[in-house]
Design a protein around this ligand. Structure first.
Ligand SMILES: NC(=O)c1ccc[n+]([C@@H]2O[C@H](COP(=O)([O-])OP(=O)(O)OC[C@H]3O[C@@H](n4cnc5c(N)ncnc54)[C@H](OP(=O)(O)O)[C@@H]3O)[C@@H](O)[C@H]2O)c1
Length: 255
């Protein structure tokens, strides 16, 4: 049976002295991450490529009113130069950033590997891995040792999904990026990833009760940021049972 996770019982860490950049924060999983960090009292900055996406996202968050500790920065942040310029601008405009969560991406599925077109490859492998690479490249050297750089990934990183070759390869590459960053970050921030099964989000019309929710994913990112020992690790929560263990292991949910 699926575990029930009641976030009213969760212990949100106090991250009032932290500033987080949530890249991909306007997305389906990103929404839960933004909500969780706002609950911690942190200053949340969400970059987005388009004003229209920000407007749509504001509607999704309309139950929160206009949170004082939430800012958006509109402009490209997905190429090497663009990401560096965005990091510079965010740091200048708001002050030093302590944590970054990269929840960039999306899903693609529909045909076997040998039918994948070059356009599909470009869009779902090259563009998305480049956005992650550019974000890591821009931010890891700017973050403090006590801070964190976190990547949100799906189970296709470790288990091949039929007719979703591009995403499976892309997620596997990003999982290795996390491992390489761990080896190379040195005095830089702590590095971690989450590897998730399907996630319940506002955009999902149908879902299974044992899927993890985007707010649970968000709480894990905040808990990782708060825990000095949480580093160089992939937190795997393919379903609610695993998510419960992840949250308890990070001391943000009662045993
Ligand atoms: N949804 C799930 O059920 C699920 C399950 C397991 C893992 N994940 C992982 O969670 C991460 C986020 O997934 P998601 O479902 O939240 O995706 P999503 O709803 O499509 O949102 C991803 C965000 O990434 C940003 N982005 C930057 N560059 C992009 C590009 N080249 N193409 C597309 N989007 C780009 C977009 O923000 P702007 O347009 O505002 O810039 C977009 O809002 C991915 O790594 C995914 O594998 C998702």
């Amino acid at each position: 049976m699926a575990e029930i996770i009641d976030l009213a019982k969760a212990r949100y860490p106090d991250l009032g002295d932290r500033r987080v950049v949530i890249a991909g924060g306007t997305g389906d999983v990103g929404e839960g991450i933004v909500r969780a960090w706002l609950k911690t009292g942190a200053h949340v900055v969400v970059p987005s490529r388009t004003e229209s996406k920000v407007e749509r996202f504001r509607q999704v968050l309309s139950d929160l009113g206009r949170p004082e500790r939430l800012d958006f920065v509109v402009g490209d942040y997905t190429g090497f130069e663009a990401a560096d310029a965005a990091a510079e601008r965010i740091t200048t405009d708001f002050g030093a950033v302590t944590d970054v969560v990269a929840s960039i991406g999306g899903w693609w599925q529909g045909k076997p590997l040998w039918e994948v077109s070059q356009d599909e490859w470009q869009r779902y492998f090259v563009a998305m891995t480049t956005a992650h690479m550019a974000t890591a490249r821009a931010w890891v050297p700017r973050l403090p040792r006590a801070g964190s750089y976190q990547v949100i990934l799906g189970g296709s990183a470790v288990t091949p999904v039929k007719d979703a070759s591009i995403i499976s390869m892309q997620q596997a590459a990003l999982l290795m990026m996390r491992q390489v960053l761990s080896v190379e970050a040195g005095d830089g921030p702590r590095i971690a990833a989450q590897v998730l099964g399907p996630v319940i989000t506002w955009a999902r019309k149908r879902y299974q009760p044992d899927w993890v929710s985007n707010e649970e994913v968000g709480l894990v990112t905040a808990a990782i940021a708060a825990d000095p020992g949480a580093t160089d690790k992939d937190f795997v929560s393919q379903d609610k049972n695993e998510m419960l263990k992840t949250l308890q292991g990070l001391n943000v949910y009662p045993a």
